[in-house]
Design a protein around this ligand. Structure first.
Ligand code: BG6
Length: 491
């Protein structure tokens, strides 16, 4: 999809947590990329805020280093220096009222000449949200003027469970209206995730088959080969279920399971996703029957991880979508760190033909459709054909489509979403109701984690605990990751 190129009015982008992992690895490269390709407004200011004592120049150097790492030798000095001139830095202790007075003055500094729109980005740990809202409220509200807007982008996870998400929202809504709140889930900004809808609804041949009559089951894997790295302090409080399960994984599922949205307008897209999230149902009477949690061996020796931590770095679920389309078709989903490979994909296994009249097949006759979200992005379909030669045996073959460029002009999810937030397009940002519906489904699993379920250790580089395989084996099925080559055949 081409990025939105409509001209924008003057904007000040205010990033809380500007020296942190998210801002440095994702946000600044995205902002620079948008700037370089002239998507940002002509009149643009970036205000980085963090606890570290840094001068403007020192902060700019830090940003330069991350951008350099990202763009390498394609970074042009002239582009960098004009971008650097937009950046300012303000040191702030998130809980000190006095620090915010300086900040308010800085944010509002240019409003005297011409009112500017404000985009706040909270790239800090969730425990700082309340203090930030308490303090910016008194400077933000008086700055509101006709003809300009204020929006806030909040990172996932939005809250830590159903109750805390509700409280966070109540707090937020004292300052911002729902149409000013952008709850980010960057999976929605990925081209390959957006393409799920194009694939399903722009090809008349798939939609008639996309239901329990023709599909045996659906699988989703969001696997990473990396561990928690430098994010131990955040991760140990969060775990895989909150970090990826409640958001990226369930949103991916919503794209696969949704009914056709009425239109592609934001409200209709959000409603279509919400209708799925509201219908999620656990795969058995007891949470422990359909949820498997694991922790990779060596996790507790990582930096900033409690030595007796029980935080899960892997989670796998069997669940259902209680709609007429899906009836009793299971969805098996899993996500984890330090797994065998870095791969995010959805596989749909179709039912076998009713009547078997060909001879021997390589494996069995099921057709499988795999949508590879990343890396080696593409789509593969496993089909049966006659094995050449004498006889009537079958052979399985794969049809593959590989994206040449899975993103528009090299722009990635954060670029798309930041730009959408500047343009006021909320389509790819979950509505409060979506977030609450996923928490409603996930929260009981968190409760059970505290009480009885144990977290099973798994070896680094494996596919997680064997109990996650058993979720499928019990049903006579197996994980399909790696069954189709998708686009890794080219590497
Ligand atoms: C983030 C999680 O939201 O998504 C990380 O906090 C995870 O733990 C990341 O690594 C995965 O994103 P991507 O775009 O690399 O698949």
């Amino acid at each position: 999809m081409p990025l939105n190129a409509t001209p924008l009015t003057p904007i000040t982008l205010i990033i809380f947590g500007a020296t942190g992992n998210l801002a440095t690895t994702r946000l600044f490269p995205a902002i620079f990329h948008l700037y370089k390709d002239q998507y940002t407004p002509k009149d643009f200011r970036i205000l980085g805020i963090a606890r570290r004592e840094l001068t403007n120049d020192a902060f700019r150097m830090l940003v330069r280093d991350v951008i350099k790492q990202y763009f390498g030798s394609s970074l042009k000095e002239q582009e960098w220096s004009s971008f650097a001139s937009l950046i300012e830095y303000q040191q702030l202790d998130f809980s000190k009222r006095r620090d915010y007075d300086n900040l308010c003055t800085l944010i509002g500094r240019d409003d005297v000449k011409k009112p500017r729109s404000k985009l706040y980005y909270l790239a800090v740990a969730p425990e700082y949200y309340a203090a930030i809202f308490d303090h910016i409220e008194h400077c933000e509200l008086p700055m509101r003027k006709k003809g300009v807007w204020t929006r806030v982008v909040i990172e996932k996870p939005f809250g830590t469970d159903f109750e805390s998400a509700m409280q966070l929202n109540n707090r937020l809504q004292k300052i911002f209206h729902e149409d000013e709140i952008y709850r980010i889930d960057h999976y929605l900004g990925k081209e390959t995730v957006q393409n799920i809808l194009a694939f399903r609804f722009a090809n008349g041949m798939f939609e008639p088959l996309w239901n329990h009559e023709f599909i045996d089951h659906v699988q989703m894997t969001v696997a990473e080969d990396d561990g928690v790295g430098a994010r131990g302090a955040f991760y140990d409080k969060t775990g895989a279920l909150r970090d990826v399960g409640q958001n990226h994984l369930l949103q991916l599922l919503a794209h696969i399971a949704m009914e056709k949205p009425k239109t592609l307008q934001p409200d209709d897209l959000r409603t279509a996703r919400l209708d799925v999230l509201r219908k999620l149902k656990g795969g058995g009477p007891h949470v422990d029957d359909w949820v498997v949690s694991g922790q990779y061996d060596g996790y507790t020796r990582e930096e900033n991880i409690h030595p007796s931590s029980k935080t899960e770095t892997f989670v796998s679920l069997k669940l259902f979508v209680d709609t007429p389309r899906w009836n009793d078709i299971p969805f098996y989903v899993r996500t984890g760190k330090k797994l065998a490979r870095d791969v995010t994909e959805v596989s749909i296994q179709f039912r076998k033909p009713v009547q078997k009249f060909f001879g021997h097949a390589d494996n069995d006759e099921t057709n499988i459709l795999t949508l590879r979200i990343q890396p080696d992005e593409g789509i593969a379909l496993r089909l049966n054909v006659k094995r050449a030669g004498h006889g009537r045996d079958l052979q399985q073959v794969e049809m593959n489509y590989c994206y040449k460029h899975p993103s528009a002009d090299g722009h990635e999810a954060y670029d798309t979403l930041l730009l959408d937030a500047m343009h006021g397009d909320q389509s790819l940002f979950p509505h409060l109701d979506e977030v609450m519906a996923s928490w409603k489904f996930v929260t009981p699993m968190l409760g059970s984690r505290k009480t009885k379920r144990t977290v099973v250790l798994y070896p680094q580089g494996s596919w997680g605990p064997k109990e996650a395989d058993e979720l499928l084996v019990r049903d006579g099925r197996a994980w399909l990751t790696g069954a189709l080559q998708v686009c890794d055949i080219h590497h």
